[in-house]
Design a protein around this ligand. Structure first.
Ligand SMILES: NC(=O)c1ccc[n+]([C@@H]2O[C@H](COP(=O)([O-])OP(=O)(O)OC[C@H]3O[C@@H](n4cnc5c(N)ncnc54)[C@H](OP(=O)(O)O)[C@@H]3O)[C@@H](O)[C@H]2O)c1
Length: 282
């Protein structure tokens, strides 16, 4: 496919001015050539945001996909994350540069602390390192992932600066309403991981199926539309060209108030989400 044949994906402005697409490609579990191919295919189909992490062990193949796509580097947002084992000030500075080296890029667009990992006690030092990387122009924008209200507040209390973005587990079945309201109050963009909700069995819910019939869309598209209609970014992972196209084909229909009320009824509540006060990833 020609690079010019691209889908238009709306974007939003983050605190600090960087514009980020509302739909990007997730890459968790994509390794080796399938990873190169998925990233290259997505970019050639119009994706302009790629999400990876040092923990996914695929930064090198994601970078190869970026170059393989033929899409100019300056048009793509490369987003990666600091692993738990690299938390700490000096460690985070080194880890960001190692991620960029593996990706084959001279700067990162978005760099996130992957998990707070409270038992380490290094989230503030790590956050200071990310702010330093941003101030030095090595990273265009910095944020976090899996942070709860009080963890975000700690970062602000210690540095006077909020993250521009918090990547959280979020879908109609895990709406994260209170967390998102807190984030909105502080201009922190919400980006949803596992946005399809399929692992929670959400795509078989009668309301999802009813809306899929009503709008002539797939259950996955209903779940993704719920997010983007509220300005929540999504990063669905798919290795298939057709499903990648489906996952950005979200902007020609709109839920009405009754639809949104029905979808709100699917929320299983905060207790059903992974809890970063007790869960840690390294
Ligand atoms: N920050 C964190 O802690 C964290 C945690 C988890 C994930 N993430 C990020 O978020 C991304 C997305 O999360 P996720 O991968 O867990 O879940 P997801 O994107 O909600 O679901 C991915 C699964 O859905 C399938 N799929 C995608 N689109 C589809 C469609 N239109 N129709 C049918 N099946 C479809 C994919 O299979 P095919 O590939 O076969 O299409 C894959 O098995 C990850 O890849 C990663 O980048 C971040």
């Amino acid at each position: 496919m020609d690079v010019a044949q691209t889908a238009a994906i709306p974007d939003v402005e983050l605190d600090g001015g960087v514009r980020i697409p509302l739909v990007g490609l997730g890459t968790s579990g994509l390794l080796g050539q399938p990873s190169v191919h998925a990233v290259s295919t997505a970019l050639r189909q119009g994706y302009r945001l790629i999400d990876t992490a040092s923990r996914y062990n695929n930064e090198m193949s994601v970078g190869m996909g970026l170059r393989d796509s033929g899409v100019p580097r300056g048009e793509v947002l490369v987003q990666t994350k600091l692993g738990g084992g690299d938390q700490g000030f000096d460690e985070a500075i080194t880890a960001a540069k190692e991620s960029a080296r593996r990706l084959g890029v001279s700067y990162l667009d978005v760099y996130l602390i992957h998990w707070p990992n409270p038992t380490l006690g290094r989230m503030v030092e790590s956050w200071k390192a990310l702010l330093t990387l941003a101030d030095e122009g090595y990273v265009r924008t910095v944020g976090v992932s899996n942070f709860k209200q009080h963890q975000l507040q700690t970062l602000f209390d210690e540095t006077g600066r909020w993250p521009a973005l918090n990547q959280i587990q979020c879908s109609p079945s895990l709406a994260r309403t209170e967390l998102r309201a807190f984030m909105a109050d502080h201009d922190i963009h919400a980006q949803a991981w596992h946005p399809t909700g399929r692992k929670e069995g959400m795509l078989g819910e009668p309301e999802i199926l009813r809306l899929a019939r009503k709008y002539g869309k797939s259950p996955t598209q209903i779940s993704l539309r719920w997010a983007v209609q509220q300005g929540i970014g999504v990063i669905p992972k798919s290795s298939h060209a057709g499903r990648q196209r489906e996952n950005v084909d979200l902007f020609d229909f709109e839920f009405d108030l009754d639809d949104m009320t029905a979808l709100a009824g699917l929320d299983r509540g905060e207790r059903a989400a992974r809890d970063s006060d007790v869960e840690e990833e390294f």
